[in-house]
Design a protein around this ligand. Sequence first.
Ligand SMILES: *[C@@H]1O[C@H](CO)[C@@H](O)[C@H](O)[C@H]1NC(C)=O
Ligand SMILES: *[C@@H]1O[C@H](CO)[C@@H](O)[C@H](O)[C@H]1NC(C)=O
Length: 556
Amino acid sequence: MLYTLYFLLLVGVLSLLSYSPAERQIHYEQYHEHDQQQQPLMMDDTSTSWLSSTQSSLQQIIAWSWRSWTGRRHPVFERPKRYGYFLHITDLHIDEEYIPGTTVDSDCHRFPTSSDSGPVAGLLGTPGEKCDAPVELAEKTLEYIAREWRHKIDFVVWTGDNSRHDWDKKYRPRKRKNIYHLNERVMSMMQKAFWPTARDPRHIPLVPTLGNNDVYPHNTIGDAHQDGDLLDYYARLWQTWIPTDQRATFRRGGYFAVNVGPRLRVLSLNTMYFYHKNDAVKDCDAPGTPGYQQIQWFEHELLKARSAHVRVYVMGHVPPSPKHYRRSCFQEYIRVASQFPDVLKGHFFGHLNMDHFLLLDAREEQDDLRHVKSNHYHNDTTALMEDANDEEGDVHVTRNVGKYVNWLRDMYEAVDPIDHKRASFHRMPVVAVQVAPSVLPVYYPAIRIYRYEIHDDDDRAQCRHQDKQPHGTLMEYDQYFSNITQWELDLDTDLDEAKLDYHFEYNSREEYDLEDLTIASYYEFAKRLIDDEQDQLWLKYCRNMFVQSLNDDFSP
Ligand SMILES: *[C@@H]1O[C@H](CO)[C@@H](O)[C@H](O)[C@H]1NC(C)=O
Ligand SMILES: *[C@@H]1O[C@H](CO)[C@@H](O)[C@H](O)[C@H]1NC(C)=O
């Protein structure tokens, strides 16, 4: 036993000699072709080449052995990581019926006849039009992520809606088996992208959740008695990613908890039980309803996490908002969320395709927000919105996004100041929710990378790290998008061969002066958005909201 220890020490010293700190901190060049003052996040990377990755695997083995022998962190090879990174990807909406060159009027399914003259489907998608995404877009996006991000991130937040919409009801009605099949295809792409490799042998936790287009019928899922088969199906499909001890929970309600790092846990919610369009469930205030049970579970998980000093991120498909949740479900969500600011460090959602945040005030009825009449000037921009998800008639398909933008503005305006003296460690009256833009090119396809704070020690030692935020605090994000229009123009090889790259769009710190992504910072940002006389910040925010695709509409 002692010899083994000596051996490990020897290997340790040898590797120490070959350790070169310069490799540790690299700066990732941006992929932008035009001038760009902003810089993507600095990454702490350990595996930039084969050589360094072999070295780092060896270090991992040594660190692991050290830890199992001594019960402590190896002083050199298991450096406490200062920051962690993760990916948020959402709304892939793949459509096997999508054919480039077909008409937008046919949902990108049928070729034009001589009388058709409208826009046609692009190779990787049709930004701004009512079409789903070709399978190739999802494939190339995940290949890009595997190439560029896989080895740099700790886990993946994946917020649902993998399957196409049911827009082409007459000719290509969507059946349950289609939804399952499309989910299987996306699942296997995810597995391929995040499976351990020789270069990076880690098991990267990937956290899935159900979208309103992943259930059948559309928007509708009842409790386990009613929809046990669907829950069982997804429990099997996602079994690699749902911890064994959580499978029963998932089969009961479609939600689960998973550890994604030391003292860091993600709660994946089944937001379908809160969604106002889901007719199979009722409000969240009656004991026994699936929504009520989920809220109970949510609260219980947060209590558990608090006593174990674990930090929590919560994620789901449909964001908590008075526009999308049943009233009681929304109220319950913010009631619980506002009671755990010390535990709950982020809320990640999709569904709306637009890049934005919600600032929810737990102190008052937000109900009237729904009816606020607004006279702001962003009133004539038409594009696809959440209600593109609506099947009931085409009238809802193109919508005035200006209305939503105004609603957001009113929301930011309505939030009362946070009295930090009264807001306690265990209570924060405001909740900040991240809504990430989709891969489905409603605007341009987009993904997001977050940086978060890591404390190796327990936070009880917090006072010793004055410069550090509490463990799990979100620090900043980089927003990436791909200009698939440009990509198609530049294409000079086979579609199958051609790689797709995403480009750095902006960084939250640089773009918005957001020091970090805490509630206090978001509150201050919301007020700056409103107060800016020239509206320059607001316009910037709107351009980013639509992934630079509606810049003309939002020019001064
Ligand atoms: C939008 O607002 C501008 C300025 O207030 C106004 O002139 C215009 O008529 C409005 N457009 C619509 C469609 O309401
Ligand atoms: C995307 O590419 C098109 C075609 O070149 C160009 O007109 C457009 O400005 C580009 N948009 C962005 C945001 O890069």
